[in-house]
Write a protein that binds this ligand. Structure first.
Ligand SMILES: [Zn+2]
Length: 368
């Protein structure tokens, strides 16, 4: 159906209605999303990489949630043997967290390789992350370093560190969790699956949205396992042509992705986009949880209320069960086939509209 070129009529209809003056206002602000834990510790419900509020637990409770070796160091100021593990000599870029409570303690730039055999740092990540008290045990006068969130023992602070501070935070490796930057970034990325008619169009649009890391064309919402394009085209599988968008929530947001969605396709034509007709071309947002569903519903309600489109939005909200990537030749379709008539007549106008409305949010900004 999509290869038929008698599309101009429906396309012009679309451009005068949904593509007309009334279009969703997109906000320049990306919404501040709460960063989730980058480390999962189901056995320790108090552990958080984002919550900095004070944590006060009984000794019995700590014993229940910490592994024995960490419990002895963190709660009884035990010291692990020098040269335990490989953290003391690691120079990988990343972040160090308190292993007992998840509090952020150091960045790798603050670390140096010390011959003492314990992970050593010359500076803490922020002045509030670690506190100190005198430690006169074992006939020595030392300064004990403790986590400011959970008061766990971390190690000691000495005055024989390198410049610029001259300090040496001598830490127990067992007291630290390390997350490399690459893993941190991957853990923060989120995905959303949307169907707005022909996936070639939707894919081409999102590929140029700032904050989008990856767009994959595929199928979702059907009854057939891993359907082929030919099967989906029959309209009998229940599957829709969709894209799976992987995005960085610190750069864009689910809200912005929905705004783009409602700008570049017509959400008021049931099971149809232009000349592409069938349930496989339905306007659909797949959600993974109630929050995503609510956010999508709220936007739809707002657009309906403001009569942004001449008729009511028919976009369906469906739970995402499984996303199936489409055949390889569908991926990057517009980029690889820009001169084909369908791309010229159907995909390009949508891409151009997106570039106009979201001109400040493009990866490749147009110079005008
Ligand atoms: Zn802690």
């Amino acid at each position: 159906m999509k290869k038929i070129y008698c599309l101009l009529l429906s396309l012009s209809l679309f451009t005068t209605t949904a593509c007309g003056q009334n279009q969703p206002q997109h906000s320049q602000k990306t919404k501040k999303t709460t960063m989730e834990n980058t480390i999962q510790k189901p056995e320790n419900p108090y552990y958080s990489n984002t919550d900095t509020s004070k944590l006060v637990l009984s000794d019995a409770e700590w014993k229940k949630v910490l592994p024995p070796d960490l419990y002895e160091v963190a709660r009884h100021a035990d010291t692990e043997r020098a040269f335990t593990g490989s953290m003391w000599k690691s120079e990988t870029k990343g972040t160090y967290y308190c292993a007992a409570c998840g509090n952020k303690l150091f960045r790798s730039q603050q670390k140096f390789v010390s011959s003492c055999g314990w992970p050593s740092f010359f500076e803490q990540d922020n002045p509030k992350s670690i506190w100190f008290r005198p430690d006169n045990s074992y006939g020595m006068q030392r300064v004990e370093a403790l986590c400011s969130r959970c008061d766990s023992h971390l190690g000691h602070l000495f005055d024989d560190g390198p410049e610029p501070t001259g300090k040496r935070y001598c830490m127990n490796a067992v007291s630290l969790d390390f997350v490399p930057d690459s893993a941190e970034k991957a853990a923060q990325l989120k995905t959303v699956v949307l169907g707005g008619g022909c996936f070639w169009c939707v894919e081409a649009v999102y590929q140029n949205l700032n904050g989008v890391e990856k767009v994959v064309s595929g199928y979702a919402g059907g009854t057939v396992e891993n359907p082929s394009y030919e099967e989906v085209c029959t309209g009998r599988t229940g599957a829709a042509e969709v894209v799976e968008i992987t995005y960085n929530p610190n750069v864009t947001s689910l809200d912005e992705i929905y705004q783009v969605f409602f700008t570049v396709h017509d959400p008021t034509t049931l099971n149809r986009q232009g000349a592409d007709v069938g349930t496989q071309y339905r306007s659909v947002i797949f959600y993974k949880n109630e929050d995503e569903k609510k956010e999508a519903q709220a936007l739809i309600d707002a657009l309906n209320f403001r009569n942004v489109y001449p008729s009511k939005i028919v976009t369906t909200l469906e739970p995402l069960k499984k996303f199936w990537a489409a055949e390889e030749y569908h991926q990057n379709y517009y980029a690889n086939n820009a001169n084909k008539p369908y791309c010229q007549m159907v995909v390009r106008p949508k891409v151009e509209k997106f570039e106009k409305v979201f001109k400040d949010r493009l990866k490749n900004k147009k110079t005008q």
